[in-house]
Design a protein around this ligand. Structure first.
Ligand code: NAG
Ligand code: NAG
Ligand code: NAG
Ligand code: NAG
Length: 243
């Protein structure tokens, strides 16, 4: 998330395939090894609507879509519909041997002048357990796969032409509430992403003074819409860790 609104409640609805969420904080818990949540935390800054649909889930694989349309306050995030792994967490960064992830997505519809990102949100802290954007959060690492319209990460650009996992990134860094946000940012559109997240963790430890004894608390993947409309379809997503 780009701004600091803490979410502590989520409505749990029963799990079944091709189920569509429409409410502000609706979630499908335990879709494979994921929770899929609408998380319309910034909806009051705009006018619009959004729904998220679970297409299929099996183990570490999940497919879902998020269809949104938002107007007003073009610099305010309206939501972060995301999937959060229920298994890839609770481990020290230094104990993670591999963290393979795949994310294949597309906007099957997209309005002109859309403002949105498609990004991972990865949370770490000194405790093994921590909800995203909570008092237990030390860091929020974002990996942007899309930057559509004139939007940018939290903080300021502190490095350019950083090669990690075969891609060229800008690094942005700044504070948010009680944690630091470090973002891997690109203006490229990456619609088929297959990397090992340990390449990112290694860079953060070696080059951004992140302690390797930080615990991975959460890996989320989703979209932050500001304004416009789009239907984001993730045909394939997976993330896991080995120790
Ligand atoms: C997940 O997807 C991969 C790649 O398509 C496949 O090889 C694997 O069997 C799938 N796993 C499950 C649990 O569905
Ligand atoms: C997305 O939502 C809009 C408006 O709510 C609707 O007209 C459209 O058919 C939806 N698109 C898809 C692909 O579900
Ligand atoms: C913060 O960490 C403590 C100790 O591990 C845990 O009991 C608590 O549930 C965590 N709080 C949140 C909001 O994640
Ligand atoms: C990280 O720091 C090391 C040691 O200073 C340096 O050799 C390396 O090039 C840096 N990596 C990146 C991607 O900037």
């Amino acid at each position: 998330m780009l701004l600091s609104i803490l979410l502590t409640t989520a409505m749990v609805v029963s799990t079944s395939n091709a189920q569509t969420l429409t409410g502000q904080y609706d979630c499908i818990k335990g879709a494979g090894n994921y929770d899929l949540c609408q998380n319309l935390w910034g909806k009051s800054s705009g006018v619009g609507s959004q729904s998220s649909t679970l297409i299929s889930a099996s183990g570490d694989n999940i497919s879902w879509s998020t269809n949104w349309t938002w107007a007003n306050n073009e610099n305010s995030v309206k939501s972060y519909a995301n999937v959060e792994s229920t298994t890839a967490k609770g481990v020290k960064l230094s104990d993670i041997k591999t963290a393979p992830t795949t994310w294949v997505w597309d906007h099957t519809t997209q309005s002109d002048g859309i403002r949105a990102d498609v990004a991972y949100d990865i949370w770490t802290g000194v405790q093994s357990v921590g909800a995203p954007a909570s008092a237990n959060s030390s860091y929020e690492f974002m990996i942007w796969l899309a930057k559509l319209g004139g939007i940018q990460p939290v903080g300021s650009r502190i490095a350019s032409n950083v090669q990690v996992a075969g891609y060229n990134w800008e690094i942005w860094r700044g504070p948010n509430t009680n944690w630091q946000v470090i973002s891997f940012f690109t203006t490229d559109l990456i619609k088929n992403f297959q990397v090992d997240l340990t390449d990112f963790f290694d860079y953060l430890i070696a080059n951004q003074s992140v302690s390797s004894s930080q615990y991975l608390q959460s890996i989320q993947a989703g979209t932050e819409p500001f304004t416009g409309s789009a239907n984001l379809v993730t045909s394939q997503y997976s993330v896991s860790i080995t120790t």
